[in-house]
Design a protein around this ligand. Structure first.
Ligand code: PLP
Length: 414
């Protein structure tokens, strides 16, 4: 028989197995200083493209002031207890009302983290008689929520509407036997590829099938649509989204999440969502900080306009310079390259140490062997100079990669 700790010592997990070589640089890097387009990494200022601070709110003076005043006035402890028992406040309810207005739903429930909110909402919404149908490239929080589900689940290949119809036919037959119902789940903006979920087409399928529709719009809230109301607003189908999920971890540059729906469903979630009933409520400084961010988001459309100006310049420039950025039609900008892991390592070292550009990299085992994805997240606080400089650097590192230099050259860094 094995000892649990011995087993864990020998099996570090797909990413953890590289911890010794990567910790502190490729994984767990420390970005210091004010959150903006330029930050300090290992003692030197770098141009940063890896933060979901889409609207640039993280370091806005009014946000910093509201955060500081919130902490000074309430402390980080308040309110104590779960919302249902002793942790409610007028501010929590005010924020929920504001979010409902933003995403055009009747009501909203605040949650402490997006990840936990999604898992817990799925767990709460369905029982073993129900069937979940979901996109294969869904975020881990959706997959983990689905894992908790005791009934059937059917997955369709990413954005494959013909296959989704097939899964809905299977699901319909299944629930006719069990007496259950169907929940379809996808994302508004897929955070790795930047493609949008086909929300409008899924909503159209309601004419043929009976189901309810849950959308994780973590990257879409604040960035997409004429008022920042999200991907459903952009696609003109927000009404057809029955349950809308957002997080504060991205456009809001904060922590926490929320779920918006009809009054009836939100009331049900308030009284049944285990992560909310059995956990402490979101601290007041976060709540008043979110209220300030929401106010700024709504009164300053130029933040979103700037984000899109930078996004368009970056994506057009990369495409014009021969880069493959896939089919993104959102700010998320993946740059697809080919190369081995040692080449990818050298490339990132070169980019960070010699060009002072910091972005995230994705390699095997997250994606197939031989592929490299550099992921750029434009924000409202980037400049056109940042964009031009980055495209210049990317052209140089791509030439080096293609000519095999990263196989032979050792980049000294850490
Ligand atoms: C698509 C998506 N859903 C959910 C989450 C989880 O949100 P949070 O960071 O608030 O837990 C993330 C990441 O932040 C995400 O990218």
């Amino acid at each position: 028989m094995k000892d649990l700790f011995d087993k864990i010592r020998d099996n570090r997990g797909p990413i953890g197995q590289h911890a010794k070589e990567s910790h502190g640089y490729f994984t767990f890097p420390k970005l210091e200083g004010d959150i903006s387009n330029k930050m300090v990494f290992r003692g030197k200022e770098r141009l940063v493209w890896s933060l979901n601070n889409y609207l640039g709110l993280a370091n806005h003076p009014e946000v910093r002031k509201a955060d500081a005043e919130g902490a000074a006035k309430f402390g980080l402890a308040a309110p104590m207890g779960a919302r249902m028992m002793s942790g409610n406040s007028n501010y929590h309810e005010q924020l929920e009302a504001g979010l409902s207005e933003l995403v055009k739903k009747e009501d909203t429930i605040l949650c402490n983290f997006g990840y936990q909110a999604m898992i817990s909402a799925i767990d709460c919404l369905v029982d073993r008689h129900d069937v979940i149908v979901y996109d294969a490239e869904s975020h881990a929080c959706i997959l983990d929520g689905v894992r908790l589900h005791m009934g059937k689940r059917f997955v369709y290949p990413h954005n494959d509407m013909a296959n989704l119809e097939k899964q809905l036919e299977r699901a319909t037959k299944m629930v006719e036997e069990t007496g259950g119902a169907i929940l379809v789940i996808t994302e508004g903006v897929f955070g790795m590829s930047g493609t949008q979920g086909k929300l409008k087409e899924i909503v159209e399928l309601k004419k043929k099938f009976t189901f309810r529709f849950l959308v994780d719009d973590a990257h879409g809230c604040g960035t997409m649509g004429p008022t920042g109301g999200g991907t459903g607003e952009l696609q003109g189908c927000q009404d057809g989204i029955d349950i809308y999920f957002g997080t504060f971890a991205k456009s809001f540059a904060l922590i926490g999440g929320y779920i918006s729906s009809t009054e009836n469903i939100v009331e049900y979630l308030r009284y049944n969502m285990r992560s909310q009933i059995f956990a402490k409520s979101l601290p007041l400084p976060c709540v008043v900080g979110a209220i300030k961010r929401l106010e700024l988001m709504r009164s300053h459309p130029e933040f979103r306009e700037n984000l899109w100006k930078i996004t368009d310049a970056l994506q057009d420039g990369l495409r014009k310079n021969g880069f493959n950025i896939g089919t993104t039609n959102t700010p998320v900008t993946p740059v697809y390259l080919s190369g081995s892991i040692p080449e990818a390592t050298n490339l990132i070292l070169d980019l960070r140490e010699n060009f002072d550009v910091f972005c995230s990299m994705v390699v095997y085992p997250v994606i197939p062997k031989g592929q490299i994805i550099l992921r750029l997240i434009p924000t409202a606080v980037h400049t056109i100079e940042d964009v031009n400089y980055t495209i210049e650097c990317f052209s140089k590192i791509k030439d080096k990669l293609v000519s095999g230099k990263y196989l032979t050259e050792k980049i000294a860094a850490f």
